[in-house]
Design a protein around this ligand. Sequence first.
Ligand SMILES: *Cc1c(COP(=O)(O)O)cnc(C)c1O
Length: 406
Amino acid sequence: MTGESRTSALLPTFARADLSFERGEGPWLITPEGERHLDFAAGIAVNSLGHAHPHLVAALQEQAAKLWHVSNLYKIPEGERLAQRLVDETFADTVFFTNSGAEALEAAIKMARKYQYASGRPERYRLITFEGAFHGRTLATIAAGGQKKYLEGFGPKVEGFDQVPFGDHEALKAAIGPETAGILIEPVQGEGGVRAVPPQCLRGLRALCDEHGLLLIFDEVQTGVGRSGKLFAHQRAGVTPDIMAIAKGIGGGFPMGACLATAEAGKGMTAGTHGTTFGGNPLAMAVGNAVLDVVLEPGFLENVERIALLMKQRLAELKDRHPGVIEEVRGEGLLLGIKTKCLNTDMVAALREEKMLTVGAGDNVVRFLPPLIIDDAIVSDAMARLDRACTRIEKARAALERGAAE
Ligand SMILES: *Cc1c(COP(=O)(O)O)cnc(C)c1O
């Protein structure tokens, strides 16, 4: 027995499905009994190259036999290399490696405050964030996310975050005050319900930040490293941030994250001002480099864009076929979602019956986060499963209505 077994020694902070896996192959997860599940959750946008990708396995095995950890007391050549590659591909001049998304955000938040301090404006420490945001589960990042359900019971909310409604430009302008240090936003809200920020709004944020001397911080923990069809989602809008947090996809399943910044934004983060024991260790760096090897191969991202468009079209067709179940298709790249007219949790469960794994999100959305390596046949397979899951829900609803009429 696995899952919600009452005898589990794990702290019960997760409502786990009664399902476990022994191995994976590309987009497939395989149970100890040999059942194959189509993985359109990808460990919540983490397994960017699917399971057991040969290049990643080789990189990890090779590094594991050489050196695991040395600490940041010494130079780590693979980390220097990965940082330089990220810098070469982005707006950034400098990179700080972490073990998770929340830690990358913590670094970003501290950096924004320290930038203002180092610029002679120590009173500017507040960040503006958006309703529905998700930035992690540390004390500062739950304050940044501002969601009651994550804040309740954990004592006073960390000071310094002002939240405005998603898409409310007037509220945003009104929230900028003499203590504002920057604006923090996900280019596409993931947990919040696959809500994309329109490119003109991202450009508007950039202009607003420039006008007021604020830093623009993008949380690309979920959207980054190819998921959007570009290496980073903001690259589609032609806008660059001052600071960016990434994680999830960069490790392909190995826990790692990073905070990227311009030299100017990072100017306050001098020796001793911030740190991590594990961040950027040789194992993580070997895997991060291996992920980039694949994602930056010519044609890889173009193929993600192509397959994402195909999948979005197929989702729109299914919406037309099942108008009583699917209300709306959302998202960018392979961060796609459907807003359902049933409970999104019922849809996730119906899909699990069809042996397809997905993730719920806010606003009654079901998220599809397949590995970036899927092909047309996998999209067809997935859509056939979704079609059957919709029919399953329609039948259950019809049976319920018949029961009520009798
Ligand atoms: C997952 C996520 C985080 C938190 O990452 P952890 O690795 O769980 O700490 C932060 N921001 C966004 C947008 C995320 O999707």
